[in-house]
Design a protein around this ligand. Structure first.
Ligand code: HEC
Length: 183
């Protein structure tokens, strides 16, 4: 005789399956939502409108041109030029492929202009919080590739120790020549 599974038994099995699905996997990496790195650094809202600290060009594997932007705390602190930089300083690094501008050959008689191509090498941030990020020199390092956290903060920190005496920040404010008049 064919016996059907009692309703209460299948209900129990369903409940157990649901509980197992809801339970966090024991050894999984802590998942972070897009725009948030495991060390808590988030993509700061509106950072693309921050002021320009400087521009840079990377050769080699990176092969890009980049902009370094700073929040208001960063700009004021870099203008003062006093290190270490205060808590609340945030620096952002954007990068693009280093592309020849096709029209420049017609303009100059030879190809000479290079401009920002497609976004490249993610966006990187350094967030100063001397207590929270004490283990990486007081800076929370994070990289986001298409919004997803990437990179290893300890590796960022290790390389940035080259400029420990400038509070781990390689770039300075780009020099200005105002010719003595306010501009
Ligand atoms: C192998 C060395 C190296 C590693 C690793 C490295 N950086 Fe840098 N970083 C530099 C150098 C050199 C500059 C300055 C030149 C430039 O802007 O490209 C820089 C510039 C920066 C800047 C602009 C502020 C400054 O210091 O001038 C930020 C922000 C930054 N890096 C974040 C990161 C993050 C986040 C990581 C890890 C995901 C990282 N870096 C890994 C060498 C490194």
């Amino acid at each position: 005789m064919k016996r059907s599974i009692p309703t209460w038994l299948s209900a129990l099995a369903l409940a157990a399956a649901a509980a197992a699905a809801a339970a966090p996997a024991l050894h999984a990496e802590p998942a972070t939502p897009d725009g948030v790195a495991p060390n808590g650094v988030r993509i700061p809202p509106g950072f693309r409108d921050w002021k320009l600290v400087t521009v840079a060009r990377e050769e080699g594997k990176n092969d890009d041109i980049r902009a370094i932007l700073g929040n208001d705390v960063a700009i004021a602190a870099l203008q003062r030029g006093k290190y270490p930089l205060p808590d609340g300083t945030v620096l952002a690094r954007l990068a693009w492929s280093y592309d020849a501008l096709p029209e420049s050959a017609a303009a100059f008689g030879k190809a000479q202009s290079h401009v920002a191509g497609h976004p490249k090498n993610g966006v990187q941030f350094m967030v100063k919080d001397s207590v929270k990020y004490a283990s990486t020199g007081g800076w929370g390092y994070a990289e986001f590739d298409s919004g997803k956290a990437a990179g290893n903060p300890q590796a960022c920190f290790a390389c940035h120790t080259v400029v420990k005496d400038r509070d781990y920040v390689f770039n300075r404010l780009a020099p200005v020549d105002t010719g003595g008049i306010g501009q």
